[in-house]
Design a protein. Structure first.
Length: 150
C-alpha cells in the first residue's frame, strides 16, 4: 500500500503556516497518521543541493508514494519546487481557494497590519482544511469511511 506523503507550503504568512500545521496534524494525530508522513522541504532541498545520491534516493521514495501537496497561496511555491525536480504530486490543494485572504492595496503599508498573523491560526481553519483533505482522499479511494485506512 502506498503511503500518503504530505508536502506543505511553509510560507511566511497565514495560509503557509496553516498548510504546514494541517500537514503535521494529518501525519501525526489524524486517523490516517499510521499511513502518512510529512516531507520537510528543508531536508528535501538540502539533499538536492548538497548530496545528489541522497536526493535521488529521496526522490524515488517520494514518487513511489501518494503525494498530497498543500500550497498556501496562488504563488504555488511548493508545487513549482516539485515540478522543477520532475516530481508530479498526485493531489494538489491550494488554500487560497479554501481560506481566502483579504485583498489588500499593495501601496498601503497600513493594510499589511490587518493581515492575519501566523501565530493566530484558527482551529476552525485547521479543521476545515483537514476535513477537505480527508474528503479528497476518500474521493480518490485512498481512505474509507472518513477515517478508515485502506
Amino acid at each position: 500500500m502506498k503511503r500518503i506523503i504530505f508536502v506543505p507550503c511553509s510560507g511566511g504568512e497565514y495560509n503557509g503556516e496553516l498548510a504546514r500545521r494541517v500537514a503535521i496534524q494529518l501525519s501525526e494525530t489524524s486517523a490516517i497518521a499510521n499511513n502518512s508522513s510529512m516531507l520537510c522541504f528543508t531536508i528535501f532541498l538540502r539533499n538536492n543541493l548538497l548530496n545528489e545520491h541522497s536526493f535521488e534516493f529521496m526522490k524515488k521514495d517520494l514518487t513511489s508514494n501518494y503525494i498530497v501537496l498543500i500550497d498556501g497561496c496562488s504563488g504555488a511555491c511548493a508545487f513549482k519546487i516539485l515540478k522543477f525536480f520532475g516530481i508530479t504530486p498526485d493531489l494538489v490543494i491550494n488554500l487560497h481557494k479554501l481560506i481566502p485572504k483579504p485583498k489588500i492595496n499593495l501601496n498601503d503599508i497600513q493594510a499589511f497590519k490587518n493581515l492575519p498573523r501566523m501565530s493566530n491560526i484558527k482551529q476552525e481553519d485547521i479543521l476545515k482544511v483537514e476535513n477537505y483533505v480527508i474528503e479528497q482522499l476518500e474521493a480518490k479511494g485512498l481512505i474509507k469511511n472518513c477515517n478508515e485506512e485502506t
